[in-house]
Each structure stands twice: as C-alpha cells, then as structure tokens.
Ligand binder design. Structure first.
Ligand code: ADP
Ligand code: MG
Length: 221
C-alpha cells in the first residue's frame, strides 16, 4: 500500500529565552501506510504531541520534509493548510475539546461548517451516530455526559468529514479501564474501515491493538 505520510529528517527546535535551543523532534523519519494503525509511545516530554501536531499541520517543521497525501505541508499557504487539515485530518484529544453547553449533534457538526465537501449534515451525523452507537447522545448537552460518552462524541466529530487520517493524542488518558477499552476498540474499527490512525498513548494495552508501535525518546524514534 501507499505511504499516506512520509516524514524525512524532521526537526522541531524550540528556542526559549535564556535556554539552549531544544530539539523537541530530532532528525526523525517515519512513513505510515494508508489504513495503518500506529501507536506512539514515549515518556512525557519526549516529543509525541509535537510530532502529532506537525502531522496534523497545526505546527510547522523547523527543518525536514513532511508529506501528507503526497503534499509537502511546509509549501502550503495558511489558508490552504486550514482547508487541507479540515478535509483530511480528524483529531481526538485527551480532554475531548468539545463545546460544553452544546449538544452532541452540534459538536459533531462543527467540522461540517467549514468544509467545501458536499455532505448532508443531518444524514451524515445520524449515520455516524448509528455506527458508533451514540444516537442517544445527539440531543444531550456535552456538560451532562460522562468522559467515555464525551470521547465517543469527539470520535464522531473526527469522522464526520470523512477524513483519511485520524490523530489521537492520549485519547484514553482521562478514562477508566472499561471505557478505555471501548474507545480503543472504536479506534481499531476506524482503522479497519480503511482510515489511517495515529495514536499517542502511555498505555501498553491500548498500544497493543495497533498494527505497529513506535517509541519516541528525546525526539527520536
Ligand atoms: P510529549 O507529548 O511527549 O509529552 P511534547 O511534544 O509536548 O512531549 O514536548 C516535547 C518537548 O518540547 C518538551 O521538552 C517540551 O517542554 C517542549 N515544548 C513543547 N512545546 C513547546 C513550546 N511551544 N515552546 C517551548 N518548548 C516546547
Ligand atoms: Mg503530549
């Protein structure tokens, strides 16, 4: 299969006043195939979030090449990047990043408000809700949901635009063991449906469902 992500000799250097420059990502190369489920492990501060944010085009490389779907992201203009990200990448975060006083439906709809893809909002949201069994959450306000329910809504939001890539940064970090398993199984079936999933996790059990586990240490694999 094709590489959907190609990273070559990537560096991300942070320069904080009064300190030595820090290579949060230090000469890292990585290819990910379309449909692959990759887990990224590593201690706190090893560069996992920095890497995920660069793949997600939220952050830019200091040096090196990052190609997503064959496109060199550092060559794209900010407006192009935003559209590219919205079309191709879905995010799932540890703290869910949902709008608390809005309903499940309203939260899942957000990426659709910014897409040029022709998607019927109601049909798509109801289909995804059915697929992942959260139809009962569509009319419920997020601030009344459990952590596991919130994360399922967040996964629906990540999927609603039909992106090719799902990036999950410690998606089970705030969940109990039973709920963890539900979320991990859900991400596994997202990958089985043909999407590429990259998940940062501390949890060995969670990582074990991935096709490949990579460990990052001091910004290197
Ligand atoms: P992880 O997600 O593995 O815990 P991060 O990618 O968040 O690690 O951070 C990697 C390193 O880069 C850490 O030493 C962190 O302090 C540093 N870092 C991250 N973001 C910034 C920033 N915006 N400015 C300065 N240093 C940063
Ligand atoms: Mg992190």
């Amino acid at each position: 299969m094709e590489n959907i992500i190609e990273i070559k000799n990537l560096y991300k250097t942070y320069t904080v006043k009064g300190a030595e420059p820090l290579n949060a990502i230090d000469d890292l190369s990585l290819n990910v195939k379309e449909g692959e489920f990759v887990a990224i492990k590593g201690v706190s501060g090893s560069g996992k979030t920095t890497l995920l944010n660069i793949i997600g085009t939220l952050d830019s490389p200091t040096k090196g090449s990052v190609k997503i779907l064959g496109k060199e992201i550092s060559k794209m203009k900010p407006g192009q990047l935003a559209a590219f990200r919205n079309d191709n990448i879905g995010f799932v975060l540890q703290d869910f990043a949902l709008i608390p006083y809005n309903t499940g439906y309203e939260n899942i709809e957000v990426p659709l408000l910014f897409t040029h893809k022709k998607i019927n909002h109601k049909e798509m949201i109801e289909k995804i809700a059915k697929d992942i069994e959260i139809e009962n959450l569509l009319n419920q306000k997020v601030n009344t949901m459990s952590g596991g329910q919130k994360q399922r809504v967040a996964i629906a939001r990540a999927l609603v635009n039909d992106p090719k890539i799902i990036l999950a940064d410690e998606p089970t970090g705030a969940l109990d063991n039973k709920t963890k398993k539900i979320i991990i199984d859900m991400l596994r079936s997202v990958a089985d449906s043909g999407k590429t999933v990259i998940m940062v996790t501390h949890d060995d059990k969670a990582a074990s469902v991935a096709d490949r586990i990579i460990t990052i240490s001091d910004g290197k694999i």
